[in-house]
Design a protein around this ligand. Sequence first.
Ligand code: ZN
Length: 161
Amino acid sequence: MPLLINLRHVEADDVRLKGELPTEELELDIHDEMVQLGECLHYDVQAQRIEDGLLLQGCLTLPLKCQCVRCLKPFLLQLELDQWTRLLSLAGEDTVPVVNDCVDLTPYLREDILLEIPQHPLCKRDGCGLPKASVGSTHDTSSGDSELSSSAWDALNKLKF
Ligand SMILES: [Zn+2]
């Protein structure tokens, strides 16, 4: 099921969409062996009918299993668009497709998620994503994900997305 919003519901009042969308629905065309998608996109979006349009604001979260392009170690990256905003036009030339009073939000999620997926994922180890100069001062943040061993993939695979 794609993510649909019924315009008649939004007409009456703001609508909050919250849930999970299987990543297959996004049909993200990723041919990057360094990045694998988690199972679900989590969304928590407020939809508001405004003049000639539909305003979407909220948070999108997608777990990614990445492989660091520098040290080749696997790591988990939580892709978060916590201030996602999208304005869909319901009048004029750019009107979005409406079928049975519903707008399919999936294509817009797809576009914006695709833009955020890292092309060259880097873990936070010294010499990878973490700038060398700040290694000493960011001790607290980097200690959490230190030492991903060879069993890291097992650990990642056990995680439920
Ligand atoms: Zn690395």
